[in-house]
Design a protein around this ligand. Structure first.
Ligand SMILES: NC(=O)c1ccc[n+]([C@@H]2O[C@H](COP(=O)([O-])OP(=O)(O)OC[C@H]3O[C@@H](n4cnc5c(N)ncnc54)[C@H](O)[C@@H]3O)[C@@H](O)[C@H]2O)c1
Ligand SMILES: O=C(O)C1=N[C@H](C(=O)O)CCC1
Length: 269
């Protein structure tokens, strides 16, 4: 294992991309060796530091992931499902650890990631923060402890630019609740209610999404019974929590066998 693995940040100009660039640059045991953006983006060919309105870094932003990954040990990828799936074959060929924060992946996308993970390490989570991963474990425990008289609802809120719903975090929490209660997640899942919906079906897990302003990410798991209600809540106020989790995953993955891992593996939860 390299003492200071070379890291590529995909989607370097994005909300998470810029946060990741700063965190990797500040990390004592990592080197930033590449920054990738989509073809046609304004930043392509520019010095990364200058593009971020700071001092020059000597690293040019590229639209060629293959070139960027060639000398990297880790790739941190918070982009789009299409980009993430395409990238997974390149990271697998390069045997680089692929840390995936991208959400909105379909089942078919995840199957493709599983195939890539036969050759290299993938660490993927809809939320890379310690707090949310701990909350998934608490959610599972509470769901297991309460009987079916407590209805389970997941409510999430994010900024106005978010393109997928329910959030990756909400899905993680819902899956944990389903596992705790012994439900089939797909059968339990109810994501939209509008009009005359009829009374709440027993054994379901409902999802509601709020989008607005600059909300970083808020999640409530509600267990609503007769006469009482338990609410498990996580509030993110700084995207750095996601970036730091991703860096931890990139380091953790360096001496692992190929496989498709989660943040629970990284954090030992
Ligand atoms: N897992 C987590 O902890 C976590 C936390 C925050 C965000 N996310 C997810 O990360 C993703 C990105 O979120 P964001 O808010 O940073 O979005 P964003 O739109 O600000 O950033 C995405 C970046 O990816 C770039 N991109 C798109 N296609 C590309 C390609 N082919 N090659 C290289 N770059 C490409 C875009 O140009 C953009 O700069 C979303 O799916 C979001 O849900 C996950
Ligand atoms: O800003 C986003 O987009 C976020 N996406 C993740 C999700 O879908 O849960 C994590 C929180 C922020």
């Amino acid at each position: 294992m390299s003492e200071t693995p070379g890291i590529v940040v995909m989607g370097a100009s994005g909300r998470m991309g810029q946060m990741l660039v700063r965190e990797v640059q500040a990390h004592p045991r990592m080197r930033l060796v590449g920054a990738v953006e989509r073809p046609g983006h304004d930043w392509i060919g520019q010095d990364l530091g200058t593009a971020m309105n700071g001092p020059a870094t000597g690293l040019r932003v590229t639209d060629d992931p293959l070139e960027a990954i060639a000398h990297a040990q880790g790739v941190i990828d918070f982009t789009t499902p299409e980009t993430t799936v395409e990238l997974s074959t390149l990271t697998a060929q390069a045997r680089a650890v692929h840390v995936i924060g991208t959400t909105g992946l379909s089942d078919a996308d995840i199957e493709k990631l599983d195939a890539a993970a036969r050759h290299a390490v993938i660490v993927r989570a809809g939320n890379m923060s310690l707090g949310v991963n701990l909350l998934t474990q608490l959610t599972r425990q509470v769901a297991a402890a309460l009987d079916a008289d407590f209805d389970i609802e997941v409510v999430e809120a994010h900024h106005r630019h978010k393109v997928d719903a329910p959030s990756g975090t909400a899905l993680m929490l819902g899956e944990a609740a389903a596992a705790g209660r012994g439900l089939d997640f797909r059968e339990a899942y109810v994501a939209a209610r509008d009009g005359i919906t009829g009374a709440r079906a027993p054994g379901t897990i409902g999802f509601s999404a709020i989008r607005g302003g600059d909300i970083v990410g808020e999640h409530d798991v509600i267990f609503a019974g007769a006469g009482e209600r338990i609410v498990l809540r996580h509030v993110a106020s700084d995207r750095a929590i996601f970036a730091r989790g991703a860096l931890k995953a990139a380091l953790w993955g360096q001496d692992r066998m190929p496989g498709h891992y989660s943040m629970l593996d990284v954090l030992g939860l």
